[in-house]
Every structure is written in structure tokens, then in C-alpha cells.
Design a binder for this molecule. Structure first.
Ligand SMILES: C[S@@+](CC[C@H](N)C(=O)[O-])C[C@H]1O[C@@H](n2cnc3c(N)ncnc32)[C@H](O)[C@@H]1O
Length: 294
């Protein structure tokens, strides 16, 4: 029996590819804010479907280097396919495999020069010792370079409070189950160290200055249609299966979700016209001390 808290990243490759495409607008907006004049090298660490690497390649001048790094070969193959499909010229983005749980001086050597922008979205929380990973990422920076961590924010909401099946508040109880799953996932990471403080504090302890957070509201009002609706329904299926397998949902909620996620059921979510997306993404940024225009 597979451990329900263990993630096999290769199996997530298609999902990460789809997510990178779905979030293209958000990536372009964030990349534009990071692509200041003078940025010569930007690295997307834990790149998944390479959504940010693609956006950075579009936002930076052609002479700037862009790298996409991930720990999993299957994920990197998906990233390569996304890059090809994006129209970014082949070779514009350098893909490399590296495990962020190892000594990050190896990553410095792999990159070969100081970095102006390091982007790490939803990856540091998959590393056992998060502060050590943040410290290592900060050491990649050129003077004045920036480390941007996309972490936390708020979980997305898609459902009305009362969906007419089971007890109201179904989505909030899914969120609660997901927080418990997250804790179990972290408990199993090798070399786990607790980080009982926030991401801005972690950036400060890594020696970075001018640490701040910018959060973006991502909103698609009801009714969701087409690929937006599919994305949400497919996402719920995956999320409910994950916490369900870990026995973190009670029987009544599981039964409600089974009906809502069954395309043959008249209560299938795909039939509803009141689904929406309300999502808040946070990016925590710190700047390396010293001169430089990164
Ligand atoms: C939740 S996904 C995030 C992907 C992408 N950055 C995004 O925001 O959509 C985490 C990514 O980090 C990679 N990853 C997980 N643990 C890693 C590690 N120890 N070293 C390098 N990459 C890792 C996974 O393969 C996956 O692509």
C-alpha cells in the first residue's frame, strides 16, 4: 500500500504542466514585476511545468539567461514539453536536475554565476529543512539580487457555503483536511526541521534585506465555464482522493463529494452555474545586500 502522504513527483508531471498553463496570466504579471533592467540571470527552482521560467523568458531581454531547475526527471520532461508548446525558442531556457534537499553549494556550481532573480514556488515546503534551503537559495544571489518565494497565501474557494448536499461548509472542511495532510506530508520528509515562523522571517534570517510580501487576488466570478470549470472539478477530484486516502474526511463528507464528483450524478459539480474562483497568492521577496541592479 502506498503511503498517502508520499508524493511521487513524476506522477504529478501532467498536473503540473496543466497548472503552469492555467496560471499563465499570473506568471506573466509576477515575471513583469521581477524583470527589472539589469537582470542577466533568472532561475526558476522547483519549476514544475516551468510556468515561471516561460514567463521570465518572455519578460527579460533575449541576452538574459533563464534556468529551470527541478529534482525530478519526469517533471523536467513535462517542463520541456510546456516550453516547446509555449513558442519560447528551444534552448532559451536551460533545464537542469538538482535536489534542493542536498547541499546547495552544488547548485551554485551548476549555475556557474551569481543569480539576479531566484524564484521558488511551492517547493521549499517540500524540503525537510526549509530554513537551510532558503539560506542556500539566498547564497545564489548576486549583490542586489532578489529571492522570491511563492508560499502560503490563502487556499482557493470555489463552492457556495451550502451546496445542498450534506452539511454546509463542505469546502472549509476539505481545507481543514488538507492542512492535516500537509502536516503529515512534512512529518515524513527526511531531515525534517520545524520552522515555527513565517516566510518573511526566514528570508530575513537568510541575510536578505527589504523583505516584503505582495499578494495577488485571482478571481473568476461564477459561472465558471470550459477549461476553468474542468480545472476546478478535476482539481477537487484529486484533492478529495488525496485526503480521502489518508482517511482525513468523515464518511458523510466523502459521500457528499462522491456525488458531487460523479459525472453520472445529477448533482455533479460540472452541471453547476454557481462555481467561482477566489484565490490569493503570496510572494515573499528579499534582496541580497550590496550594490547591484538586480
Ligand atoms: C508543488 S510543485 C510546484 C511547481 C511549480 N513551482 C508551481 O508553483 O506550480 C513542487 C515542485 O518541486 C519539485 N521538488 C520537490 N521536492 C524537490 C526537491 N527536494 N528538489 C528539487 N525539486 C523538488 C517537484 O518535482 C515539483 O516540480
Amino acid at each position: 500500500v502506498t503511503d498517502p502522504y508520499l508524493i511521487v513527483w513524476t506522477d504529478e508531471s501532467d498536473r503540473l504542466r496543466a497548472a503552469a498553463r492555467h496560471d499563465g496570466e499570473w506568471y506573466r504579471a509576477v515575471a513583469a514585476s521581477l524583470a527589472r533592467p539589469g537582470v542577466r540571470l533568472a532561475v526558476d527552482v522547483g519549476c514544475g511545468g516551468a510556468g515561471m521560467a516561460i514567463a521570465l523568458a518572455g519578460a527579460l531581454p533575449a541576452e538574459a539567461r533563464v534556468m529551470a531547475i527541478d529534482g525530478d526527471d519526469g517533471v523536467l520532461a513535462g517542463a520541456a514539453a510546456n516550453i516547446d508548446a509555449s513558442g519560447v525558442p528551444r534552448g532559451r531556457i536551460e533545464l537542469q536536475r538538482f535536489d534542493l534537499g542536498s547541499d546547495l553549494s552544488g547548485l551554485r556550481a551548476l549555475i556557474g554565476e551569481p543569480v539576479d532573480v531566484v524564484w521558488a514556488s511551492a517547493v521549499v515546503h517540500h524540503v525537510g529543512d526549509q530554513q537551510t534551503a532558503v539560506d542556500g537559495l539566498a547564497r545564489l544571489l548576486a549583490p542586489g539580487g532578489r529571492l522570491a518565494l511563492a508560499e502560503s497565501g490563502l487556499r482557493p474557494h470555489h463552492l457556495p457555503w451550502d451546496v445542498g448536499i450534506g452539511e454546509p461548509g463542505l469546502e472549509l472542511r476539505l481545507h481543514a483536511a488538507e492542512y492535516r495532510w500537509f502536516a503529515g506530508m512534512r512529518e515524513r520528509l527526511p531531515g525534517r526541521v520545524a520552522m515555527p515562523y513565517g516566510w518573511t522571517e526566514a528570508l530575513g534570517r537568510a541575510g536578505l534585506r527589504d523583505v516584503t510580501t505582495r499578494s495577488a487576488l485571482i478571481e473568476t466570478p461564477a459561472p465558471l465555464t470550459g477549461s476553468d470549470l474542468d480545472h476546478v472539478v478535476v482539481g477537487f477530484r484529486r484533492r478529495v482522493d488525496r485526503v480521502g486516502t489518508a482517511a482525513l474526511l468523515d464518511d458523510a463528507d466523502r459521500a457528499s463529494w462522491d456525488r458531487l464528483l460523479d459525472p453520472e450524478d445529477r448533482d455533479w459539480l460540472g452541471h453547476r452555474t454557481d462555481l467561482f474562483t477566489l484565490d490569493v497568492r503570496s510572494v515573499h521577496v528579499g534582496t541580497a545586500p550590496g550594490a547591484g541592479s538586480g
